[in-house]
Design a protein around this ligand. Structure first.
Ligand code: URA
Length: 231
């Protein structure tokens, strides 16, 4: 994991051949949804493991069967809140929770409208208790315009101030990072890679396409039975 020279608190994994190999598989249009989801789970797990480098540790005395020695406790690992931005963050969260097994988990469902307005509609939000000891990890694979995340982070700030606030994604566009850092300068942004740019439809280039559709299939407008409502 390396710091990006353009911004404080922004990290990528370009120094990690294995993470780059997983990213290459995700980018490949030939990769189907099963390996795509598995790739996201792996990234959640391996990137989550690296996030512990940004956490505080405590020295502890323990006894091996042979003698007393000193060890390490990653104290902050026990105080983690993972916020899952639907849909595509579900497999990322599955990987993250393997590292942060004590985590409390929140859900944000938000959808982005079409260009050029990219209006954000937030349909569902359930956030657990956030304390001053917590590290909050907002999982969202694609940091494109940053508008969904800005909206989610504004909402989150109403639930308490954590010790540390992070966004974990797969790819980010420089435009999205700028937007996030302008409003949340203290935010840590951790992504596999910062890509080149956004296209006019708000997609990241070279990117990997629509992460939700790649992981779960493109939605169709389903005919709803009478008396029910889609969300
Ligand atoms: N969301 C995606 O899934 N992909 C992009 O490239 C941008 C936003």
């Amino acid at each position: 994991m390396i710091g990006d020279e353009r911004w404080d608190g922004v990290y990528s994994f370009e120094d990690s051949p294995f993470i780059m190999e997983i990213l290459t598989e995700l980018r490949n249009r030939e990769t189907g949804s099963i390996p795509f989801r598995k790739g996201l789970v792996k990234l959640g797990r391996y990137m989550g493991y690296e996030l512990t480098k940004l956490m505080d540790v405590e020295r502890v005395r323990i006894e091996t069967p042979l003698e007393a020695t000193e060890g390490i406790l990653v104290k902050d690992r026990r105080n983690v809140v993972i916020i899952t931005v639907l849909r595509a963050a579900i497999p990322l969260m599955e990987g993250l929770i393997k590292v942060f097994e004590h985590a409390r988990v929140g859900i944000v469902s938000a959808s982005r409208g079409k260009a050029p307005e990219f209006e954000i509609e937030m349909n569902y939000i359930k956030i657990p208790r956030i304390t001053p000891q917590d590290t909050v990890i907002v999982a969202d694979p694609m940091i494109a315009t940053g508008s969904t995340l800005v909206r989610a982070l504004r909402e989150l700030s109403k639930y308490g101030k954590p010790k540390r606030l992070m966004v974990l994604g797969v790819l980010a566009a420089p435009e999205g990072i700028e937007r996030l850092k302008r409003e949340f300068p203290e935010l840590n942004v951790v992504v596999a890679k910062v890509d080149r740019e956004l296209n006019e439809h708000g997609y990241i280039l070279p990117g990997l396409g629509d992460a939700g559709d790649r992981a779960f299939g493109a939605p169709i407008k389903a005919p709803m039975p009478p008396g029910t409502r889609g969300v």
